[in-house]
Ligand binder design. Structure first.
Ligand SMILES: *Cc1c(COP(=O)(O)O)cnc(C)c1O
Length: 454
């Protein structure tokens, strides 16, 4: 079977359990801290999340069963194909074999419904009627809107204002799935009103939108909040990607030398890689590389600190690489890679030497995305292009070293709703942007005095 272009799993072969890396970490991930500086007790999160998700958040069980009702919905598009990028390999004249998980085949077009579906399910079973969330470019908002629709929940999405205005398409998708999409900051919440008083023309940010969505969930008994990345249970749900990939590679007798994913909050990267990181912890030789934008260099330049997940400081303190919660990202076009923090499990993995991190500039990423589209056909999301650019770097290195390496990466989503960004690229309106030390210092002042993880 070596020589396959596409490896598909039968529906019966879909993984029935998620993999929880917390069971295998050499040192445990530092716990979230409450306002008193003490580890947060699970009950303290109950106003925000249903108990079953809080249990997953802190669980150290290695395998967690995927409920039947969740599998039934995931089967709408899963298992996703493992594909081989033969044409790209040929164009690069590399001896490397490049495989990718195509997460662009989901209804909203990215990996995000892998967690939206179980989150909606657990909230529904818990008796919750409404979910709130935030969204940047709209990928998460649209994924949660679909999931809520499938399980009969109401959904309100606070969308970062600049995207609400400039990228209306995903807002329209949310409407098709019956959700309500509000530009953030809004006048519906105290956090939103406070920001608008200070800065009426603000373009908004993910951190502000999180504050609004969390505030509303805390204030309403029938409402909980849902987060699309960063948290342990989100990364857990995404491991279905890597678990499928492992089975698919086994079928053709392959195992990756290097695994690559782009990292915004860390969920698609963790999803493809954690089942392989398990092998690495057990002694197997495999490189795992997270790729972020040089304009938002969380893993490569930000300190490992305790910081809030949102601007208002409503969330517990998470042990993570963070650029500071007041970080306002420069307007690069990969909207999904602009968050100020990084998943505690990914941050911890970097600290433990299990995960490497790279920061790339956007022009190299767009060039890679265009090379991809002109060889493999599909147009990738600007976020995904960061993974592709790193794949191309690794494939060229393999060529120079004359090594037949096996590369696996996560094709996290398609870019069919990001074509204006491609247009800007072709019109030479995009430029590279590196965060200056001065800007970094300024945004890091918001973590001054925060405790440091051990
Ligand atoms: C949201 C998104 C990302 C970044 O989020 P992670 O949590 O880091 O995975 C990457 N790619 C696509 C297509 C996305 O929609």
């Amino acid at each position: 079977m070596v020589g396959a272009r596409k490896v598909v799993l039968d529906e019966k072969e879909i993984p029935r359990q998620w993999y929880n890396i917390q069971a295998d970490l050499p040192r445990p991930v530092p716990p979230p801290l409450g306002p008193d500086g003490q580890p947060v007790k699970p009950e303290m999160l109950a106003a925000v999340f249903p108990m079953s998700l809080i249990e997953q958040e802190v669980s150290t069980e290695r395998w967690i069963d995927i409920p039947e009702d969740v599998l039934e919905k995931l089967l709408l598009w899963r298992p996703t194909p493992l594909q081989r990028a033969w044409n790209l390999e040929g164009a690069l004249e590399t001896p490397a074999r490049i495989y990718y998980k195509n997460e662009g085949v989901s209804p909203p077009g990215s990996h995000k419904p892998n967690t939206a579906v179980p989150q909606a399910y657990y909230n529904r079973v818990f008796g919750v009627k409404r979910l709130t969330t935030e969204t940047g470019a709209g990928q998460w908002g649209s994924a949660l809107s679909m999931a809520c629709c499938l399980f009969g929940l109401e959904c309100r999405v606070y969308m970062v204002r600049i995207s609400f205005e400039q990228k209306p398409m995903r807002k329209y998708m949310m409407r098709v799935w019956g959700a309500e999409c509000i530009p953030s900051p809004s006048t519906l919440t105290d956090s939103g009103r406070r920001i608008l008083e200070r800065d009426p023309d603000t373009q908004g940010s993910l951190g502000i939108a999180i504050s609004e969505a969390v505030e509303e969930a805390v204030k309403r008994e029938d409402t909980r909040y849902s987060l699309g990345s960063v948290l342990n249970h989100v990364l857990l749900h995404q491991t279905i990607i890597g678990l499928e990939a492992k089975r698919q590679m086994e079928k053709i007798g392959e195992y990756p030398d290097v695994i690559i994913g782009c990292a915004g909050g860390g969920s698609n990267f963790a999803g493809v890689s954690f089942p392989f990181v398990a092998d690495k912890i057990a002694g197997r030789d495999v490189r795992v590389v997270a790729v972020e934008p040089a304009a938002c260099p969380t893993l490569t330049r930000a300190p490992y600190v305790y910081d809030h997940g949102d601007v208002a400081g409503l969330t517990p303190l998470l042990a993570m690489h963070s650029l500071g919660r007041t970080f306002v990202p420069p307007p690069i076009h990969a909207g999904g890679l602009r968050y100020h923090g990084m998943a505690p499990l990914v941050s911890h993995g970097v600290r433990e030497g299990l995960i490497e991190a790279e920061a790339l500039h956007q022009l190299e990423c767009y060039e890679a995305a265009v090379t991809w589209a002109r060889t493999e056909g599909a147009i990738p999301a600007p976020e995904t292009s960061h993974a592709i650019a790193q794949v191309i770097r690794e494939a060229k290195r393999a060529r120079e070293e004359g090594k037949e390496e096996v590369i696996l990466f996560n094709w996290s989503g398609h870019g069919l709703l990001d074509l204006t960004a491609y247009d800007a690229y072709f019109s030479r309106k995009l430029s590279d942007y590196a965060l200056s030390d001065e800007e970094l210092r300024k945004s890091l002042s918001s973590v001054e005095g925060h405790p440091r993880p051990e």
